[in-house]
Design a protein around this ligand. Structure first.
Ligand code: ADP
Ligand code: MG
Length: 728
């Protein structure tokens, strides 16, 4: 066994960087494998082109005949790129992506075949999807589900397959995936934000949510990763003693990127260019062997697709370079985990970022409107936001002094705090002419200058304003961004609708001018949402106390956060905005709870196996070596042996102690698992896994890690942290 570890380590010494041929300038490669607007303009008739554009912009249906034309053009284009198959590419509730490939090839007779792909195949498919999670939806309603083309995200060729982004729904229309609710949320926020943006500019007819994610990940040599059963089966290490050196020297962050890794990144970026994923930034992260890749932001639906696709591409290219990518939020104890910051904003079809301060007081009033409404939305829905990034793996990261805590708060910086403080003093009702001028010129008019030198950044905040966007930092590295984006845009839609209604009422009933009405409502929001604003250290124990005093929630585990994420009000919110029905929400809730329980179950089994079948036998072998040694010393030195063998005898005793502890803890954990498995109710089962099973992990690990420090390095079967983290 130990030889397996040593062989894997040797293998890594022999590795050379895999060479990469770059095919041309990035700008020339960009979007080459995407059936994008440019290609459509060249290959479609005017009618068909307009029809696809309309469907992208306003969600209009595409006529079946025109769909045939689009399909034919898509097929020819895909064949010219070397595609042989097509697939409806979708994002089931497993969080990953799914695809089933069909060949274009179709025999016409036994001597003759053609490549075929029509509108029917483009628009709708019926994958045999009975084994995707559905939370009971397809049992209660219809057994079948279908995928339907999403024209707002362009088709692309990856490898030899034409991939068509689709939504996945049941025959009765319930969403079975992550994309369908996202599209509905984006539509809701578009409608609500457009109405509000019209206060400031009548020409606005559409508002897009924008998303720029930052993907963190670890790269581990493939042979080393495969030598660890916990990495293979659970995506993280369940035991392993910290190496003598970790991240304490801060020498990895932004350091020079090792050649092997750089070649991987270049290969990855080249593929991203071809697929139209606009990746722009790459760097080392804080922990050893941890890195980040980030694109330029895009419309949220496209950005979500691109992140899902990227994770897939990262896996495949890593394999070629003899790496394994770890997307897990906490693959190694004792060093930083990985997140996926979601940078979010709203932008109009007239090209204005609604969270970017402008050059005139009017533009700034618009900025403040969207800015303050966002804070209010987060304030009113903090528990829902907490639940949208809850997962078994993210639980290890949140609140661990390396990522935001489980408490939601908003950071805006001292300068904007001052602006809001001044606005709060706006008098009620009509403003005097002097007040109006003061407000507009002194407060609202100064914002761009203020922001220019507002450099304070608070990395400890889960939701921070960073100059022209908000950054949701609590999302896990493994997560599908669709979920946080669905939640954020839904609560924003609700908030903006309420805001519009209140402002209109002040204008219609109280006869206030528009600006006055806006100021009045914003003032109330500033007051009402004050407790969500926090500028201090989010990692500190003091904040936890202060937040409790403010009545903010602090759900430390996934089962608790999920429970709080499905109250009656929340169900009503989603139903009213037609983002998700109660059936869809409850099904998702169920799936997430089950997933949580299964993840802990798998980890528990793996940990039990490693502890019993790898660690204990190795410890016994080493103990036997020591016993032999002590016996020998006794033979040679007679009664004097005790002095010479005292260290050995201590270790012999210690080993027995740790073995006994591991044994009893594994037994107890297994018993708790058995009890949890009997539970029918998904919530109670998840609770049991969280409260009864999970706590054993730390205990078992503690004793295994102690043994790692004692046992002969040559015998130790599991690849060690220093090998996993420092092999270049
Ligand atoms: P950092 O936060 O690491 O300092 P940046 O501020 O440059 O880095 O941006 C991080 C991410 O935010 C990038 O992916 C960028 O494209 C994205 N971003 C910038 N502007 C917007 C916006 N208006 N909407 C959404 N994302 C944005
Ligand atoms: Mg950032």
């Amino acid at each position: 066994m130990a030889t397996f570890r040593i062989k894997a380590v040797h293998e890594t010494y022999k590795r050379k960087p895999v060479s990469v041929t770059i095919k041309g300038k990035r700008s020339e490669l960009f979007g080459k494998n995407v059936f994008n607007e440019m290609v459509m303009r060249e290959t479609l008739s005017k009618d068909a082109f307009k029809s696809v554009m309309d469907s992208m912009e306003v969600g209009a249906r595409i006529d079946r005949k025109l769909a045939d034309e689009v399909a034919a053009a898509m097929k020819n284009w895909a064949l010219s790129k070397g595609a042989t198959h097509y697939t409806h590419w979708f994002q089931p509730l497993t969080g990953a992506t799914a695809e089933k490939h069909d060949a274009f090839f179709e025999p016409v007779s036994n001597a003759h075949a053609v490549e075929k792909f029509g509108g029917d195949q483009l628009v709708q498919q019926e994958p045999d999807a009975s084994s995707f999670p559905h939370g009971g939806i397809r049992n209660t309603f219809e057994a079948r589900g279908y995928t339907a083309w999403d024209p707002t995200s362009p088709a692309f060729v990856y490898g030899t397959t034409l991939c068509i982004p689709t939504v996945f729904v049941s025959y009765t229309g319930e969403a079975l995936d992550n994309k369908a609710p996202l599209l509905r949320a984006l539509q809701a926020v578009d409608q609500a934000a457009t109405e509000v943006a019209k206060y400031f500019d009548k020409n606005v007819t559409k508002v897009n949510a924008t998303l720029g994610w930052e993907q963190e990940y670890f790269l581990v040599d493939k042979a080393l990763a495969s030598s660890r059963p916990d990495i293979v089966l659970a995506g993280r290490t369940l035991l392993g003693h910290s190496p003598a050196k970790g991240q304490q020297l801060d020498d990895h962050y932004f350091g020079s990127i090792p050649d092997r890794v750089l070649n991987y990144m270049r290969d990855l970026e080249q593929e991203c260019m071809l697929l139209g994923i606009p990746v722009k930034t790459r760097h080392n992260e804080v922990a050893p062997n941890q890195f980040e890749i980030a694109p330029i932001f895009e419309e949220a639906n496209l950005a979500v697709d691109h992140n899902s696709l990227l994770m897939d591409v990262m896996d495949k290219i890593a394999d070629k370079h003899n790496f394994k990518v770890l997307f897990h939020e906490k693959p190694f104890a004792g060093i930083n985990g990985s997140g996926k910051h979601n940078n979010w904003s709203l932008s109009t079809n007239t090209g204005v970022n609604l969270l970017s301060p402008g050059s005139t007081p009017m533009k700034n009033l618009q900025f403040l409107t969207f800015f303050i409404n966002t804070i209010k939305a987060v304030h009113d829905n903090e528990a829902l936001i907490r639940s949208c990034f809850a997962s078994a793996s993210n639980d290890h990261r949140l609140g661990a002094n390396e990522a935001p805590p489980a408490i939601i708060s908003v950071f805006i910086g001292s300068q904007l705090t001052k602006v809001l403080d001044e606005l709060e003093d706006v008098s009620k009702g009509k403003l005097s002419p002097q007040e109006k001028t003061d407000l507009k010129l002194n407060v609202v008019g100064k914002i761009p200058e203020i922001l220019l030198d507002n450099t304070d950044r608070n990395r400890t905040s889960p939701f921070a304003f960073t100059g022209n966007k908000f950054e949701l930092r609590a999302v896990g590295s493994k997560a599908n961004c669709a979920k946080p984006m669905t939640v954020l845009n839904t609560i924003m839609a609700k908030q903006l609708k309420d805001f519009k209604a209140e402002v209109d009422q002040l204008i219609d009933k109280k006869g206030l001018k528009k600006d006055e009405a806006v100021f009045n409502v914003l003032r109330e929001y500033i007051k009402a949402s004050k407790r969500i604003r926090f500028e201090g250290d989010g990692y500190s124990a003091l904040w936890e106390k202060e937040a409790a005093k403010r009545g903010l929630t602090n759900y430390k585990t996934t089962p608790a956060a999920l429970r709080a994420g499905i109250t009656e009000e929340i169900v009503e919110l989603f139903e009213k905005l037609e983002v998700m029905s109660s059936v869809e929400l409850k099904a998702r809730h169920e799936i997430e709870l089950e997933e949580y329980a299964m993840k802990i179950q798998i980890e528990g089994r793996v940990l039990g196996d490693i502890a019993r079948n790898h660690v204990i036998p190795t410890a016994i072998r080493y103990q036997n070596m020591l016993i032999e040694n002590v016996k020998g010393l006794k033979e040679v030195f007679g009664s004097d042996f005790k002095k010479l063998a005292s260290e050995q005898m201590d270790i012999i005793e210690s080993v027995s102690h740790h073995i006994a502890e591991i044994n009893s803890k594994v037994n107890n954990m297994t018993e708790e698992r058995r009890l949890a498995n009997k539970m029918e109710n998904a919530q109670l089962k998840a609770d049991a896994y969280c409260e009864k099973v999970l706590p054993f992990f730390e205990d078992i690990r503690y004793h295994c890690d102690k043994l790692e420090l004692m046992v002969d390095d040559h015998l130790w079967p599991l690849t060690k942290y220093r090998e996993l983290l420092f092999t270049k």
